[in-house]
Design a protein around this ligand. Structure first.
Ligand code: CTP
Length: 413
């Protein structure tokens, strides 16, 4: 699956002179693999640690060092033989500038607008947002000069990732390690997402299958993997929304850039969802919420003392029905989306839920087929709208389904 956020984005990656420069090769490679167009600029000091060729090999583009070496001009309207001024050409097209590693020296130059090499000149000329990943020895990091320079950069809206604490080049352990390439990419994604079509929106998504306690070690659960809900949260984040993800237990890694509220039971999910709805523009309930829970969970582990065991179950709160009541009272989010996981009479069952829960949209999902539903990466769903419209979608990745759901929510807003 292609990366919608990074694909075809022009990233100017500045590499300055620290031992972490070798990790910048990994960073350039990952960004390129995600579809970004990565132009690397190294300072002279960086070339002592790693060569332009390393970057050119992973980005399959020229890497730049020299401020005074003119390049080919490939702008529209250029005549054969026209040249371009490298720092201006690099600055002009960039969607994002990342400096990783960013040394104390380069941070000082950036803070004061010094432009004495190709990188600092390009940064000065670039209107794009700037993300820095500082890396240096602890004392240099803690020095008031460095901290004052950072404060100036932050006041100008520069985004900073790290440094982390750990093993340093000096042999000591302390603060000053450059963040790992994955973390830098996560931070870059958040910066790029700021101008997404959901910027300024705040959404709540539920995910996973709730667990209802039978005794301290056992529960009633279901087969939901949480993948659809997590995909919805990732997609909204990548489009610039503020996201609260209310998640029942899943095996999925914790998402970055999303407020994760972990819950177990249906009643905990109810409380967390209702609390998160304050000021939210939309709720998407992708969670598989238990409809029944053991009436009286045992305080001690149940022993296998009898041949038969009967558990008495009682209803859990229906979260979407409570949200419908909220909306009827003039509160609650503007758009509410539910899911209907069915094994028979898909559309008829979904239609009933759409009306009963007074939803704007329901995502009907036949979980009896192998390529759709629980624990797989794909879904074949049909969207049913409050106005009676029915929109069947082909088999697609859950990430793609997520983006389509947000497209439709945008329309409903
Ligand atoms: N849902 C909810 N609260 C519950 C149960 C379900 O908010 N206690 C939400 C789900 O998150 C989903 C929608 O309601 O978005 C439909 O869930 P589903 O389990 O398919 O429907 P139920 O209303 O539980 O009906 P049934 O189990 O009888 O099919």
């Amino acid at each position: 699956m292609e990366d919608r956020l990074l694909k075809d984005k022009r990233i100017l990656l500045g590499v300055t002179g620290g031992v972490a420069a070798y990790k910048a090769v990994v960073l350039a490679s990952r960004l390129t693999q995600a579809g970004a167009i990565v132009d690397v600029v190294l300072t002279e000091a960086a070339t002592r640690f790693v060569t332009p060729l390393s970057f050119e090999s992973v980005t399959r583009r020229r890497a730049y060092v020299d401020m005074f070496e003119l390049g080919d001009n490939d702008r529209p309207g250029a005549r054969p033989g026209d040249v371009s001024i490298p720092h201006l050409a690099l600055a002009r097209g960039a969607d994002l500038v990342i400096i990783a590693p960013a040394t104390a020296n380069t941070l000082a130059k950036l803070a004061h607008g010094v432009a004495d090499n190709l990188l600092t000149a390009a940064v000065l000329a670039a209107p794009a947002p700037l993300l820095i990943a500082p890396a240096m020895e602890s004392h240099m990091w803690e020095h008031p000069a460095t901290q004052a320079n950072l404060a100036m950069l932050q006041a100008r809206g520069v985004t900073q990732i790290g440094p982390a604490t750990g093993h340093l080049a000096s042999g000591a352990t302390g603060v000053g390690r450059m963040s790992e390439p994955e973390e830098i990419i996560a931070a870059a994604r958040l910066v790029l997402a700021r101008h997404g079509d959901m910027a300024g929106r705040s959404v709540v998504v539920s995910a996973g299958g709730t667990r209802e306690a039978i005794d301290p070690v056992r529960f009633i659960g279901n087969r939901s993997s949480g993948k659809m809900g997590y995909a919805l949260a990732h997609a909204a984040r990548d489009r610039g929304a503020q996201v609260v993800l209310v998640a029942a237990p899943t095996a999925l890694p914790e998402p970055y850039g999303v407020r994760l509220v972990r819950v177990e039971s249906a009643s905990q999910m109810r409380d967390a969802v209702l609390a998160a709805l304050e000021g939210a523009d939309a709720l998407v309930m992708a969670a598989a919420v238990a409809d029944y829970r053991p009436l009286q969970p045992s305080e001690q582990k149940i022993k296998k003392a009898h041949e038969h065991l009967t558990l008495e179950l009682t209803r859990t709160p229906d979260i979407l029905e409570e949200v419908a009541a909220l909306r009827a009272a003039g509160r609650g989010p503007r758009v509410v989306v539910g899911f209907a996981a069915e094994t028979s009479d898909l559309l008829a069952n979904a239609q009933v839920k759409l009306q009963q829960k007074r939803l704007d949209l329901i995502v009907a999902n036949d979980v009896s087929v192998p390529d759709s539903g629980f624990a797989v990466d794909t879904n074949r769903v049909t969207l049913l709208y409050a106005d009676g419209t029915i929109e069947p979608l082909p088999l697609m990745y859950k990430e793609e389904v997520a983006h389509i759901i947000w497209d439709r929510v945008q329309r409903l807003w």
